[in-house]
Write a protein that binds this ligand. Structure first.
Ligand SMILES: C[S@@+](CC[C@H](N)C(=O)[O-])C[C@H]1O[C@@H](n2cnc3c(N)ncnc32)[C@H](O)[C@@H]1O
Length: 255
């Protein structure tokens, strides 16, 4: 049930109020729009380095209340929206990137959120890379991992009307990313969510970092699968501000 409908004084809402009065006031005062604005500010705070665990908890709590997080146009993603998705959407809204590159598309959830944010910003273009082999498995530190498509078709979630500012490149990121980046020469936001092996993550991070504009962001999911993120941050740390490292999610901004 959305927070602004019925049961406004349930215990969980009261707890939420005590911890995040701004968020709850926003919802009471202006309904979903107010809730969205408050959430937007929370993510803005998060991106400028604050109490990450609290904010993560808050975002999760809000998710359970449905509809509060995603703009109306993203309703179709209900249920599959998670912290990664929310951060991607708001990161794009806040930083207003011109060129975004992502690796790992699967059903197209992150792709849709980036494209929606770019459309809401009225600027920017997204290049997505995916190897495009359903149910391909590979070896990780934790064992064999398979990327199972939710439907047979790659990127099936991406709405037609958002595809104008998007190019999908099919192939291994180890081969496609170098060609793409040497053509673009610059990007403002890089999202890694493809093959979470040490080798591929290290390869993508280092390559993308070299082309990332000053002030640009590099964000990666599942950074806890191996040491690639930690080693990368150790290497580039002095040239970047590590805004967020949660258990699974890493964000670094290039100075
Ligand atoms: C975790 S899923 C991506 C999820 C998506 N970003 C989302 O938000 O729903 C990983 C995707 O990476 C792709 N992939 C795996 N290894 C790859 C590689 N070496 N190069 C490019 N894409 C790869 C898989 O085909 C799969 O679609």
């Amino acid at each position: 049930m959305p927070l602004d409908e019925k049961k406004p004084f349930s215990l969980s809402n009261m707890q939420l109020f005590l911890r995040y009065p701004g968020l709850v006031f926003g919802v009471f005062k202006d309904g979903k729009t107010g809730g969205m604005r408050a959430l937007f500010n929370l993510v803005r705070r998060m991106l400028s380095q604050t109490d990450l665990v609290e904010i993560e908890n808050c975002l999760h709590a809000s998710l359970y209340r449905r509809d509060l997080i995603c703009p109306n146009s993203l309703r179709s993603l209900n249920g599959s929206a998670n912290l990664w998705s929310i951060i991607i959407y708001y990161l794009c809204r806040i930083t207003k990137p011109e060129i975004v590159v992502e690796t790992g598309v699967l059903s197209g959830r992150s792709t849709t959120l980036v494209l929606q944010a770019l459309r809401d910003n009225n600027r920017g273009f997204l290049y997505s890379i995916d190897i495009g082999i359903p149910n391909r498995s590979y070896k990780t530190n934790a064992g064999i991992h398979a990327d199972k498509y939710e439907k047979e078709e790659l990127a099936w979630l991406v709405p037609e009307e958002l595809k104008k500012k998007w190019q999908l490149l099919i192939g291994n990121s180890r081969e496609v990313l170098p060609t793409l980046l040497s053509r673009l020469q610059k990007l403002d936001l890089f999202l890694h969510d493809s093959e979470h092996t040490y080798e591929t993550m290290t390869f993508e991070f280092n390559l993308a970092w070299g082309y990332l504009s000053k002030g640009g962001y590099l964000i990666a999911d599942d950074i806890n699968w191996n040491e690639a993120w930690n080693d990368f941050i150790r290497k580039v740390g002095e040239y970047g501000r590590v805004n967020t490292i949660m258990e699974t999610l890493g964000i670094v901004q290039k100075w």
